[in-house]
Write a protein that binds this ligand. Sequence first.
Ligand code: F6R
Length: 605
Amino acid sequence: MCGISGIVHSENVGRNLFNSIRNLEYRGYDSCGMAMLSKGEFDIRKNIGGIDEVNAIEQLDKMNGMIGIAHTRWATHGGVTQANAHPHLSYKREFVIVHNGIFSNYQELREQLMDQDVVFESLTDTEVFVNLLEASYSESNDLEKAFLAALKKIEGSYSIVMLSAHDPEHLYCVKKGSPLLLGLGEGCNYVGSDLNAFLEYTRQAIVLDDGEYVVLGRDDYQIRNVQTGEVTEKSVLHIDWDVETSKKGGYSHYMLKEIFDEPQAILQALKIPSEQISVLARMFTEASRAYFMGVGTTFYVANISQYYFSTLAGQYYASVSSDEFSIVTVEPGDLVLALSQSGETFDTKISLEYAKISGAQTAAIVNVMGSAISMMVDNVIMQGSGPEICVVSTKAALAQTFIMLRVALELGMMKGCLTQDVYQKHQEDLELFPELVQQILNEQSGFVRNIARDTSHVEHWLFLGCDIYYPVAMESALKMKEVTYQHAEGMPAGFLKHGTLSMVEKALHSLFFVPPMGQKVLHDRTLIAMEQVKARGGTVIGIIFQGDERALAACDQVVELPEMNLLCAPLAQMIMAQMFAYYAALDLGRNIDKPRNLAKSVTVG
Ligand code: F6R
């Protein structure tokens, strides 16, 4: 994934453009650059590294011009080099572009252009397009025609913003398969991969659809269909995410801020109108078979959801990792529900396409407005959790799980599995959950931090739980791995005695997700496993509920949560584990918001 941005203004916009890609940095951060056009001359600066690193070398924020484009990159074609960084200039220096996505037929086009004596500076697919454009322009001498002609030759998925000295007043933008939004200001307009590109400057936005292109001036814009050339009227959205929500606030890391955003994220999830929840629940009643699909954390959200649907609605739905979805036989009448916070994840998109081609109904729960997945499904619920900047998903994953819980409750009610009273009581508890989460965050973070500090040196962890606490353990182990780089293996507590127990010794630490005592059978099963580890000299940490003396006795250290609704208990434990991973990573000095080798959204296969 990459972040692209463009601004057309009546004043110097160098600083604003720089801020804009800084706000998009979480979309990719291996290299970045900017191009500005002033007095008919391009100033292009780019280099490898994060935005601040590149700025220190290239002084991006000091660039001048009233029109410009910028890019922050996550390499797909061509390694991380200065030449491969965007923006890319055409051979005759007439056009410059930034691009997000992939041109799948670029090799063949590159060879054709080389035959026409074009010399390439980089190995990117992007440079092929900008030269294609230049070649088309030399035939038509019309910028818009050349842009469309070049677009007709390329295949793949992309969003592009182009700037040319032939039209110093406009940016040429197109979207197909990668996100692109417009921001409308006064005497200035913006384009970007997501709202963070321009939220600091305007709250009026237009989400572009696939196959649309825009000629964007400072006071004017025209959106047209690439194929038909027809003008498209689009509604302007007022965005009420405030700028601060996109920033770190007083927290040392986005991850911590986003964990502390969780009460708000749940409140937002509660604000999703019940009709929307019912429409999704109804899709399950109408489906012959239904599947949950997601990958990484969202796969674990799907796994947790399985337990909610089974307990509340008496329905078992398979949950499948998006990257393995091809094993599923999908037929007309089936339902595939995708979970994706970014809405851009390649594996999930591809699997949804497969589901659609197979004739299934599709639905999704997504956090990013205008994202590909949100637009391709038959029914989408926007989770409204606000931007999640940290690469590691916390609030978005929690809110998704909470929304799935709401859907499971609704389905349980529709299917007659729940009485009105039980349903009502659960709804009331869900309404109280944001406040409870706030209380837990305030009261427990100190305890969690201390345990994390004491144990951050531990290189191998087992994360264990029974029933719904098993996927909670799996998700928590993923959090631990990705942010601390230490090994954590999530597994069902009942698995231990079937092999893993042989690893147990003092140095091996186990984190147990202990259910409330009210869930007697589960609680017993978990305690048995804990006692097995303890008896063999293993070190045991427990996330337990107050008053659980037996668990207390089996643990070396505990986090104790207040009593709560049984449906909310796994969510509260998930939050504690997020915090545990955060503080362990802090102690280890890890790059918390951007762990090594990871990108926020994995838009390539
Ligand atoms: C882990 C994490 C990833 C994502 C996965 C899918 O913290 O965030 O595992 O869950 O890459 O991404 P989305 O949810 O955007 O489809």
